[in-house]
Design a protein around this ligand. Structure first.
Ligand code: PLP
Length: 419
């Protein structure tokens, strides 16, 4: 992300687009600080959903009637919209899935089962979400592949020396695949994706990037990153739940992928005994897709792209810096780097001797929504010697006043538990 100063976001105008942000919780104005779990949705996205079901509802790719054509055109238009947002040459490089989790499972099954054998090494990291660990555990059970992990340092960054050495290894333990998150959902750490992909490719290693926490903050340039696969979910980036994408960085990768789910939509011809398959990407989209959600996701990307990504970043850095300034003197243990620019939008912390669920419940009493738990990153929790943390995550619609409300709420919660 560049650091050129941008015209600040008009947060007041943005907030007017999000109906839920003017509601109350427990008699207080909602302070929504859980966007890393799921973002709120602007009216434009809600309208796109309503519009589909009011004017265009039909199954896609099946019938020739007017509505079916309209639904199909909108659905395929949404695919092309995503392709532009992530800068790939053709819409055929976008596979619709249910989200990041399904996208990574797709790679592990469709690419992994075909190309990996017993003893092959899959390199992951200690900071990965369960969505980028468990599919590889399952593959290890099916295929006998070996899993290795890039450690996380005390400051919340990846041990890049270790990663570089593993990616340069040309011995028998050379990884065949490197799957890693672009941005940690717990530490906020932004990993050097382009450099890691460049090193991996120099050694012929296939890369899978979990973009769940990076795509919400502005266009992701797959061509510039040079990754083979990019996985993300719409719902963290202003879009609906239940839809996401797997971006296939190079169409040639399709030649080494087998279908992983069977059914309607993904076939060319079916006989009782066997079947042949449609061309990609439909080959990987069995069954009726979440068409309305995909179309509304395109509206979310329009919304996101109309904003300056540098301004979004600077806004999130400002909120994160303020949160760190206010929370640090309170005696909390904050996980991750001190540099707000390298963890924009995410602050996870441990309140000594108080369970995160209790912290979150007291904050909820003040209308403040934060996440408490292991954040689907149990190995990372273990790495930092905690069972769970409280996490505040900031997005383009949050304000400095909301960060102050968090600090006041936390101070009150800590006082309550001291008594
Ligand atoms: N990866 C990361 C880094 C995440 O933060 C999340 C969600 O929290 C996921 C993967 C899984 O996303 P989904 O549940 O939308 O599939």
């Amino acid at each position: 992300m560049t650091t050129v100063s941008a015209r600040p976001l008009d947060v007041a105008a943005i907030r007017r687009d999000f109906p839920i942000l003017s509601t109350e919780v427990n008699g207080r104005p909602l302070v929504y600080l859980d966007s890393a779990a799921t973002s709120q949705k602007p009216r434009q996205v809600i309208d796109a959903l309503t519009d589909f079901y009011s004017t265009s509802c039909a199954n896609v790719h099946r019938s020739v009637h007017h509505l079916a054509e309209r639904a199909t055109n909108k659905f395929e238009g949404a695919r092309a919209r995503v392709a532009r947002f992530v800068n790939v040459a053709t819409p055929e490089q976008i596979i619709w899935t249910r989200g990041t989790t399904e996208s990574i499972n797709l790679v592990a099954n469709a690419w992994g089962d075909r190309n990996l054998a017993a003893g092959d090494v899959v390199l992951l990291t200690e900071m990965d979400h369960h969505a980028n660990l468990v599919p590889w555990h399952l593959l290890a059970k099916r295929r006998g592949v070996k899993l290795q992990f890039v450690p996380v340092l005390d400051d919340g960054k990846l041990d890049l020396e270790f990663a570089h050495a593993r990616l340069a290894d040309d011995g028998p333990d050379r990884p065949k695949l490197f799957a890693f998150t672009a941005k940690s959902n717990v530490l906020g750490t932004e990993n050097p994706v382009a450099d890691l992909c460049r090193r991996a490719h120099a050694a012929g290693i296939v890369t899978v990037v979990d973009g769940a926490q990076s795509l919400p903050h502005g266009p992701v340039d797959v061509a510039a990153l040079g990754c083979d696969f990019l996985a993300f979910s719409a719902h963290k980036a202003l879009g609906p739940m239940g839809v996401g994408c797997l971006v296939v960085g190079r169409p040639a990768l399709y030649e080494r992928m087998d279908p992983w789910q069977g059914g309607g939509e993904m076939i060319r011809r079916v006989r009782l005994e066997d079947s042949t398959y449609a061309d990609p990407p439909l080959r990987f989209e069995a069954g009726t897709p979440s068409a309305a959600d995909a179309i509304a996701f395109a509206a979310a990307l329009d919304y996101l792209e109309a904003l300056d990504p540098v301004a979004i970043h600077e806004h999130e850095v400002r909120l994160t810096a303020l949160a760190l300034d206010l929370l640090r003197p309170m005696g909390l243990r904050i996980l991750g780097t001190d540099d707000p620019a390298q963890r924009a939008g995410i602050v996870a912390f441990d309140v000594p001797d108080v369970h995160p669920h209790d912290v979150a419940t007291l904050l909820d009493g003040r209308g403040i929504a934060v996440r408490a738990g292991h954040h689907c990153a149990q190995p990372l929790m273990r790495r930092f010697g905690v069972q769970a943390t409280t996490r505040a995550s900031f997005y383009l619609y949050n304000t400095e006043d909301e960060v102050r409300a968090l600090a006041e709420g936390l101070a009150a919660a800590m006082e309550y538990f001291r008594r």
